[in-house]
Design a protein around this ligand. Structure first.
Ligand code: MLT
Length: 314
């Protein structure tokens, strides 16, 4: 693999820093942020590196067709849209940008939590249509937030929630008791978390065959009027069960940046999307100028380092 012959295809929107930085090294970069799957399948064999975000599904078929692929770069955190096992099997390296969008994702989480607690978007659409009516909300001060997945983003959400006067409890598959104690919080089991929380916020990483963490079993244990916030991945929640508990009113509000299909397409998903107590943003957690710049810098650095490890002289 030589720099002169190297070809990189970018199939999702990334900060221009990345394109400029790679081209300045004399590398051929094709930037096609809107490419459709059919065309990608036909052209992938011409490229050694594929750069994606969450829109492009890098499944087994794409990887098989990518006969010259050496690296797949995810300009972001979640690699759930990449068949990492298949890539590994074919000796294709996968790089990503952990930590680059922590602040932006945490800030959106807090925004969604408040929007959910105050029915902000309902109030906004009523106001915009000329109806000045008071929608009642709940106060967050003194309430308990249960954070599922206490990594970088979960920790930051806990820190801000604490400053808002909330009690913080956290659950993770690894021991996070010291980290939780650092911000005056407490590590608990998942069962303890679901039954004690007024707000549940999800910050997990998921694999491609992930199973939901919040299922009917967990919904049954939740407090009446619970607010659920999700800025990680929709598959962490059993969507059909959620719809039932939203309709019954047990879940007061589901405030989410992620959907099972983006855009939603199944009937139950569309019903959830349209429900007045479901607050939705369109996967914008990492979509700030600052986060996208950091993501581009980190992904580029990791990609260039990996190419050098593969013997490319840069
Ligand atoms: C991520 O995992 O980083 C998110 O999906 C954000 C994104 O790429 O838009």
């Amino acid at each position: 693999l030589s720099r002169e012959n190297l070809a990189i295809l970018i199939t999702d929107p990334v900060d221009e820093y990345m394109i400029k930085a790679l081209r300045s090294k004399g590398i051929k970069v094709n930037y096609r942020p809107d490419i459709e799957r059919e065309e990608l399948l036909k052209t992938i064999e011409d490229y050694n590196v594929l750069v994606v975000r969450s829109r492009t599904k890098v499944d087994k078929e794409i990887i098989e067709r990518g006969k010259s692929l050496r690296v797949i770069a995810r300009a972001g955190i979640g690699v759930d849209n990449i068949d990492v096992d298949e890539a590994e099997r074919r000796n294709i390296k996968v790089v990503y940008a952990p930590g680059a969008s922590t602040e932006s994702a945490a800030e959106l989480t807090i925004g969604l939590m408040i929007a959910g607690a105050r029915n902000m978007f309902t109030s906004m659409s009523l106001a915009k249509s000329g109806i000045y009516k008071k929608t009642e909300g709940v106060e967050l001060h003194g309430k308990t937030i249960g954070i599922i997945g206490f990594g970088r983003i979960g920790y930051k959400v806990g820190l801000i929630a604490k400053a808002m006067g909330m009690n913080v409890i956290a659950y993770d598959v690894v021991d996070v008791s010291a980290k939780a104690a650092e911000i005056g919080g407490k590590a608990v089991t998942l069962d303890e978390l679901v039954s004690a929380s007024d707000v549940i916020s999800i910050h997990v990483t998921v694999g491609k065959d992930a199973k939901p963490i919040l299922t009917a079993r967990e919904f049954e244990k939740m407090k009446n009027g619970v607010i659920i916030v999700n800025t990680s991945r929709a598959v962490a929640v059993d969507g059909k069960a959620l719809l039932k508990y939203i309709k019954e009113g047990k879940v007061r509000s589901y405030a989410t940046d992620v959907f099972w299909h983006e855009p939603p397409k199944e009937e139950w998903e569309v019903e959830l999307l349209r429900h007045e107590r479901v607050t939705v943003t369109a996967h914008i957690g990492a979509q700030t100028k600052e986060a996208q710049y950091r993501v581009a810098v980190m992904t580029t650095e990791n990609l260039l380092k990996t190419l050098q490890d593969l013997g490319v002289k840069l």
